[in-house]
Ligand binder design. Structure first.
Ligand code: A1S
Length: 213
């Protein structure tokens, strides 16, 4: 059974294997499959400057195996749009406590039937709603726009499309809302909250980590 796990600096110690799988899959998918060779590394792991204590990972894990994932990062810190793609934004780069940047989204090949994808999209909306986030920003290839429309996401372009490595790409902001969450939850076949949060046992309550949905 696949569950979407929330991994932050607080519980990362419980997920070292999952995070290593995520880095390895990112290399396989973004470098080897998608051909983003700038991200290539001889160790077969794709890790960048934003894989630090501020990153939040939402990983789809089935019986210990990572089958999909994504990363959220604070826009108040230097992030990918402000550091690498500021030219894709026409006016001000959205930078606020309630705006996160959304990157490194994928589903492993054998799970590309749409269902894991919708569960990851629902997880993103659910996590953001729970944490008072109003929108997420991302740089995407243009084919994401119809995908987002199908999943009921409201999107505002931050600038005009530009060609990056031969592909038309755009910076966009995706609204976080209960309506979007409900829409994508239906597509994912989910009836309610789905995030798993393993919490590190506190010194006063040692023992196994507990799970909160
Ligand atoms: C940044 C992303 C941010 C959100 C953070 O009938 P098809 O096969 O044409 O239907 C496809 C296409 O319409 C479209 N699509 C997927 N990949 C495409 C590509 N490279 N170029 C053009 N169109 C593409 O989506 C439909 C469904 O795709 P799918 O792969 O059959 O199934 P699924 O389960 O919906 O998975 C979609 C994703 C994007 C998750 C999966 O293809 C994947 O992980 N791709 C590699 C990672 C990637 O490119 N991530 C986005 C950039 S990060």
């Amino acid at each position: 059974m696949t569950h979407i796990h929330v991994i932050t600096s607080d519980n990362r110690g419980l997920y070292e294997d999952g995070i290593q799988q995520f880095y390895r899959l990112r290399h396989q998918i973004f470098v080897e499959e998608r051909g983003w060779t700038d991200l290539s590394h001889s160790n077969g792991l794709e890790i960048d400057a934003y894989d630090n204590e501020h990153a939040v990972y939402l990983l789809a894990i089935d019986a210990g195996r990572v089958v999909g994932g994504q990363r959220l990062y604070p826009t108040l810190l230097p992030h990918m749009i402000s550091d690498v793609f500021p030219h894709l934004v026409q006016r001000n780069i959205p930078q606020a406590a309630d705006v996160l940047e959304w990157t490194r989204y994928f589903v492993v090949k054998e799970r590309r039937t749409g269902r894991t994808d919708c569960r990851l999209l629902a997880a993103m909306q659910e996590y953001c709603l729970e944490n008072g986030i109003s929108e997420v920003t991302a740089v995407v290839e243009m084919w994401w726009l119809p995908r987002w429309q199908q999943t009921g996401f409201k999107v505002r372009p931050l600038g005009l499309p530009q060609i990056i490595e031969g592909q038309p790409c755009i910076a966009a902001a995706v609204e976080i809302s209960t309506a979007s969450l409900e829409h994508v939850r239906k597509l994912a076949g989910l009836r309610g909250p789905s995030l798993i949060r393993h919490v590190r046992p506190s010194p006063s309550h040692p023992g196994m980590p507990h799970v909160a949905a």
